[in-house]
Design a protein around this ligand. Structure first.
Ligand SMILES: Cc1cc2nc3c(=O)[nH]c(=O)nc-3n(C[C@H](O)[C@H](O)[C@H](O)COP(=O)(O)OP(=O)(O)OC[C@H]3O[C@@H](n4cnc5c(N)ncnc54)[C@H](O)[C@@H]3O)c2cc1C
Length: 392
């Protein structure tokens, strides 16, 4: 088989990349190891509404809930609820991923499901990808450019020699249940902090309706022996949602990657989770996957058109455009992550109280910048400066 481009992984990053390449008029194979993009679900499905709306228009059936309020509960039980109308969406992620893959196909991409991308090979540039299709068995696909959008494990990128390696002990182990037969506010996200609830991470309640929610937590992987995620989550659910019915369960890893992100090797571009493009604080990666996939696809199309002659010139389109938009934000989240790791439960309590005071005079956080909130916190709690000064 031969295509102009091959994209490995039909998640948000891969489908966005394939759309751009196909719309530019080039042949592209979009490989997905599962029988259908988006399934099985492995995500809390929360995303910033404003940021997603700027990227694409969504059909209503891809949105489970629109979020207007965010509640954060400290280890000592102090709670702040911040009104932010239209702050976010809880997506129907299986349908969302499926829709993106359909858009790629509608643009001309060929979706090859149950097809695993394996090892790239070639002389000076990569020329061929070994694949394994469930029905037809092993084979190869030749192309002029490749995009690895194969998620957090990123086997293709790793086997090609891209050292975006994660140290498992530095990851977070995430566990999430889909709960039914519960009562939740469908416009409210809830976050619980504290070492006894979710050591080095947080617990989330993301509503899917007023009777259903994604309830999950993270635990620093090096602490999971001492604090088994399942036990912590079951304890929380037992007291908060005693009649809950479990309608789904999955676990996954959040990378918490601190090394340099590598986005290209020769004519292989890496996008989304495979490039470690996620927010180090919350683990959110859908938006970064969409954006990095789009720019990687645009760069690949420019390469195929001949606008770019040397592989190294690809960097001016991807990752440069992505990092121009999101690089500072991702760097800030990394620094905040390091601060977050040092906070004690008492610090969390104090920060929540300070935030309650800060927001008391405000009806909405819309338009507030993180720097303004930080400045407000330091004004009333100068001791927090010892953490915050690491930001600069
Ligand atoms: C528990 C949990 C909760 C999360 N909650 C949120 C959240 O609420 N909001 C948010 O923004 N982010 C969340 N994330 C992160 C988010 O899911 C990812 O950042 C996002 O899915 C990354 O998109 P992607 O396209 O890079 O990778 P993926 O979505 O992982 O897509 C990769 C695709 O490639 C396929 N694939 C993998 N290897 C191969 C191969 N060798 N050959 C062919 N196909 C392959 C996979 O099957 C998959 O379809 C969460 C993650 C976890 C683990």
């Amino acid at each position: 088989m031969r295509y102009d481009a091959v994209v490995i992984g039909a998640g948000p990053a891969g489908s966005m990349a394939a759309v751009e390449i196909a719309r530019a008029g080039f042949s592209v194979a979009l490989l997905e190891k599962h029988s259908q993009p988006g399934t099985p679900l492995c995500c809390g499905e929360a995303v910033s509404k404003g940021a997603l709306d700027r990227l694409m228009s969504l059909k209503p059936d891809l949105i489970s809930c629109t979020i207007d309020e965010i509640k954060v509960v400290s280890p000592g039980g102090k709670a702040i609820t911040v009104k932010h109308p239209g702050a976010g969406y809880i997506l129907n992620r299986p349908q969302f991923d499926l829709e993106l893959a359909r858009q790629a196909v509608a643009a001309g991409a060929e979706l090859l499901t149950e097809t695993i991308g394996l090892q790239l090979s070639g002389e000076t540039a990569f020329e061929s990808l070994a694949i394994d299709n469930r029905k037809d068995g092993p084979g190869t696909i030749d192309a002029r450019i490749f995009i690895a959008a194969d998620g957090v494990e990123s086997k293709v990128a790793r086997l090609a020699g891209i050292p975006n390696l994660i140290n498992v002990r530095e990851t977070e182990s995430l566990l999430q249940y889909r709960l039914k037969n519960i009562e939740v506010d469908p416009a409210l996200i809830e976050i619980y902090l504290g070492r006894r609830i979710a050591p080095s991470s947080y617990l989330w309640i993301f509503p899917k309706s007023d009777r259903e929610a994604n309830v999950g937590l993270g635990v620093s992987t090096r602490l999971t022996q001492k604090f088994p995620p399942e036990q912590l989550l079951n304890d929380f659910i037992g007291s908060r949602f005693p009649g809950a019915i479990e309608a789904g369960k999955f676990c996954g890893l959040a990378p918490r990657y601190q090394g340099e992100r590598i986005f290209r090797l020769k004519n292989l571009l890496v996008a989304g989770d495979a490039a470690r493009a996620d927010d180090s604080i919350s683990g959110a990666g859908i938006l970064y996957a969409l954006l990095s996939g789009r720019y990687a696809g645009m760069a690949a199309a420019a390469f195929l058109r001949g606008d770019i002659r040397q592989e190294a010139e690809l960097d001016q389109l991807y990752p440069k455009k992505f990092l121009d938009e999101k690089g500072e934000e991702l760097a800030l989240y990394r620094k905040l992550r390091n601060i977050y790791d040092r906070l004690t439960d008492d610090d969390f309590d104090e920060i929540i109280v300070a935030l309650i005071e800060f927001f008391a005079a405000r009806d909405s956080v819309a338009g507030l910048k993180p720097g303004q909130i930080l400045a407000g916190l330091i004004k009333t709690r100068p001791k927090l400066l010892k953490y915050v000064r690491h930001l600069w």
